[in-house]
Ligand binder design. Structure first.
Ligand code: 9WN
Length: 458
């Protein structure tokens, strides 16, 4: 890896240099030839939204690998535009991750062999990543600039197809937003935001006798989703798989469909990045269309997911038409959207500053009776969502809090290591110990060039 880039004034300190070097080592270890694994033992394939967060940081030290990772992912894009949540590494044994390729049993498509990916998706972070990698890489001299241009041109139509799939085939609620049809699609797997919707999903614990969880071999059971969660996860895959992962008429035959505020905010923010990419590629009419779509998505998020009673956003269960009562970090993420009405921005800020959250932001309301400091997305602090929150703070000109959050994240990772997630009170590292997006985003936080170009004047 060429880590010879100027790592910014902040990294002149010893702490920053140590963190920078350790992050580079993690990314070196987790590189698998043409893609990055999130973690060698727990997640031995390529994951979709991980690739986006990883590329954003990797671009500082190895732009060629950052582009390669995104390209590997999009080479596995389905003809309908969906970008699979996992691209399976054929060199990894079926038993090394559950559920593996044979369980998903995805048919061959395009020039891809059968069983090459899963059939579900993850939040569409990739347009944001492509634009951020381009901005970083084009600053690294002529060769990197040329490579960046070629890669951006290759990715652009594929990113547009991804957005099209999500805003049309996945507009299951007919209100202009994308539904997720499996909690894994949110990336926030066992978030309390799905508890009500998941209660209506049949749970068959016997499924776990025929299909054995592999995550518990390499991770602590108290830090992972429960068996009850997993029995529903497996059941939902079987339900979607039964019709070849088709979306037409899905609401009538599938028990889980939810509009998530975080997923849809990323979808809208992706349109803004696509507008910037289109302008860069000399496509002004397309740029304007992307900006319009971002505005429409923002309007739909406000109309469908805002709860005036709590002053924050909540997940909508498309089957029942009800908003989830849980206060989760996903409800704060519409802060990323520059067109969010000012009074809603203020209300989110009040919620974020309240005893329920605070910086760094935990994944769930600290005051909730079932707040769980250890268990995955039900309490712990995650670096990727805090990175998104920081982006939102910058978009709306909250520079002091953005800097407070940046420093809090840098300190957390420096003190505890490049863990997958962190105990929200003690900072203890939890889950996988050498986790790629934590390392990559640490580089980005140290380099501190992540201010979106559409940031409002402070
Ligand atoms: C299921 C890889 C992924 C992340 C998700 C995180 C976790 C998988 C799992 O790991 O999910 O997709 O096995 O628990 O929740 O956000 O993309 O890092």
């Amino acid at each position: 890896m060429h880590d010879n880039l100027p790592p910014t004034p902040a990294s002149k300190t010893e702490m920053s240099a140590e963190l920078w070097n350790s992050a580079v080592r993690v990314l070196d270890t987790n590189w698998a030839g043409d893609h990055m694994v999130p973690s060698r033992r727990l997640y031995p394939h390529q994951w979709s939204w991980d690739a986006a967060f990883i590329a954003i940081g990797l671009a500082y030290v190895n732009p060629t690998r950052a582009w390669r990772d995104l390209r590997s992912l999009f080479e596995a894009q389905w003809p309908d535009g969906r970008v699979p949540h996992i691209v399976f590494d054929p060199a990894t044994a079926e038993g090394d991750y559950f559920p593996g390729p044979a369980f998903w049993d995805v048919p061959a498509y395009g020039n891809r062999a059968a069983r090459g990916s899963t059939g579900i998706i993850q939040p569409p972070m990739h347009a944001i990543a492509a634009w951020e990698v381009y901005r970083r890489a084009s600053a690294h001299g002529a060769n990197c600039g040329q490579e960046a241009r070629t890669e951006l041109e290759w990715l652009y139509p594929r990113l547009v197809a991804q957005q099209r799939y999500l805003t049309t085939d996945r507009n299951l609620g007919r209100g202009g937003l994308a539904s997720i049809v499996h909690p894994w699609e949110s990336g926030l797997d066992n978030s309390p935001a799905w508890d009500e919707a998941m209660a209506n999903v049949p749970a068959d614990l016997a499924l776990l006798t025929t299909h054995r969880r592999r995550d518990l071999d390499v991770s602590h059971a108290a830090h992972r989703p429960t068996d009850l969660d997993y029995s529903r996860y497996v059941g939902l895959v079987l339900s979607y798989r039964a019709d070849g992962y088709a979306d037409a008429g899905l609401l009538d035959r599938h028990a889980f469909a939810v509009e998530c505020p975080a997923f849809n905010s990323i979808l809208a923010a992706a349109e803004l990045s696509l507008a910037q990419i289109a302008r860069e590629l000399g496509l002004p009419a397309e740029a304007a269309a992307h900006r319009d779509r971002a505005e429409q998505l923002t309007t739909a998020i406000v109309k469908r997911l805002w709860n005036p009673a709590t002053g924050t956003f909540h997940a909508l269960d498309v089957h029942t038409g009800k908003l989830s009562p849980a206060n989760c970090v996903s409800g704060l993420l519409p802060l990323m959207l520059p067109d969010l009405p000012a009074e809603l921005v203020e209300s989110i800020m009040t919620e974020m500053r309240s005893e329920r959250f605070g910086l760094p932001v935990p994944s769930y309301d600290r005051t909730a009776a079932d707040f769980d400091t250890m268990r995955y997305w039900r309490g712990p602090v995650w670096i990727n969502v805090n990175w998104l929150i920081r982006r939102g703070l910058l978009v709306h000109g909250f520079r002091d809090e953005a800097e407070e959050l940046r420093l809090a994240m840098v300190r957390l990772v420096h003190r505890n290591g490049h863990f997958e997630y962190f105990h929200p009170a003690t900072g203890e590292g939890l889950g996988a110990p050498t986790f790629s997006w934590t390392a990559a985003l640490s580089l980005d936080l140290l380099a501190d060039r992540s201010v979106p170009t559409y940031v409002k004047a402070g």
